[in-house]
Structures are given as structure tokens and as C-alpha cells.
Design a protein around this ligand. Structure first.
Ligand code: IMP
Ligand code: MG
Length: 177
């Protein structure tokens, strides 16, 4: 069923069941690779908080959890500037960092954020994004684990918002033309 958020209409895109299956698989991959390293998961607020909660439980091993918060979006468009609200802490030094993103769109956020992580001298940085829009990418950013590659359409749900709303939807919806 279509839903309306503010002035826009969205249609069903990725079901809760499909998301949960993919997140479980990604969590298993991470466990296999980093299960013995007590990694620090760093979630990019706000969008990644739902994905983060699910993937750390799918990881099912010793890990620490932290968050950073940057923003560049207004409405459905990136402003091109990265504003820091909560930055990356010194606790990543010499640690395996697993960076959790909701979506990589232009890649601008990651491109600007990654140097801030490497500045703190982590032992390793692994990047996980639930969604990637390959046709929208403008920066060459490494995403090691991808939940779903999607078309270049604005999406909401499962943590992703449109002007503040839609984050609490269990499934993902895409903008209807
Ligand atoms: P990028 O910097 O262009 O890669 O965009 C990254 C950030 O923009 C994501 O972490 C989201 O917060 C936001 N964003 C990008 N595309 C969407 C979308 O389709 N829906 C909701 N938020 C989005
Ligand atoms: Mg985000």
C-alpha cells in the first residue's frame, strides 16, 4: 500500500522480511571475519540506528557500539556540506572499526567522514551500508558490504527519513513519480 509523508507519496520497495534476511546474512559475514577481534561498530546517526540495532545482534559476538552524527541533507537533496554534530572518538585507536551506514548516495558523506576516522589511527576500517545507489555515486568510496544496490530514487523507512518522518517504518518505500 502506498503511504503519504508530508507532501510526497511513497510505494512499497523492500519488505521487512527481505531486509531481515539480508541483515542476518551481513551479520554472519561480519562475525566470520571479525568475530574474534572485538570490533567497534560505529553507526552514522540518525539514519543507521535501526540497521545498527539489528546488525549488532546478527553479529552475535563481543563488540562495542558507538555513534557519530553528521548531516548534509535538507529534504530530498544533499547540501554538499558535511556538518559535524557528534564526531569520532579516540576509542577507535588500534581497533577494528565497522562503520555502519544506512545509505550511500553520492558518497559525499563517507568521502568526507573517512579521513576523520583514519586520523584516529584505527587498526582497520570496514564499511557496511544497507543501501547503495550506484547510479548516484560521485565519489570513489569503498563499501565492503552492501545490503541492497538500488536505483537512484529517494527512499524512506527502516531508519531513513523524509524531512524527519518515516524512520519507524519496518520496510523500505520509494518515492512514487
Ligand atoms: P551521500 O553523502 O550523498 O552519500 O548521502 C548520504 C546520506 O544522505 C545518508 O546517510 C542519508 O542520511 C541521506 N540520504 C541519501 N539518500 C537518501 C534517501 O534516498 N533517503 C533518505 N536519506 C537519504
Ligand atoms: Mg545518514
Amino acid at each position: 500500500m502506498d503511504i503519504k509523508i508530508h507532501d510526497l507519496t511513497f510505494e512499497p520497495f523492500i519488505t521487512e522480511k527481505e531486509i531481515q534476511a539480508r541483515v542476518a546474512a551481513l551479520g554472519g559475514q561480519l562475525k566470520e571475519k571479525f568475530g574474534d577481534q572485538e570490533p567497534i561498530f560505529i553507526g552514522m546517526l540518525s539514519g543507521a540506528f535501526v540497521f545498527m540495532a539489528d546488525i549488532i545482534r546478527a553479529f552475535d559476538g563481543d563488540c562495542e557500539v558507538s555513534f557519530v552524527k553528521y548531516f548534509s541533507y535538507e529534504g530530498t537533496e544533499s547540501t554538499g556540506i558535511l556538518n559535524e554534530v557528534i564526531g569520532v572518538g579516540d576509542e577507535v585507536k588500534d581497533r577494528t572499526v565497522i562503520l555502519i551506514e544506512d545509505i550511500v548516495d553520492s558518497g559525499h558523506t563517507l568521502h568526507r567522514f573517512l579521513p576523520k576516522v583514519f586520523e584516529k589511527n584505527p587498526a582497520h576500517v570496514e564499511i557496511v551500508s544497507l543501501l547503495v545507489k550506484p547510479d548516484a555515486l560521485k565519489y570513489d568510496v569503498p563499501v565492503h558490504h552492501i545490503g541492497f544496490e538500488i536505483e537512484d530514487k529517494f527512499v524512506v523507512g527502516y531508519g531513513l527519513d523524509y524531512n524527519g518522518l518515516g524512520r519507524n517504518l519496518g520496510s523500505i518505500y520509494k518515492l512514487k513519480k
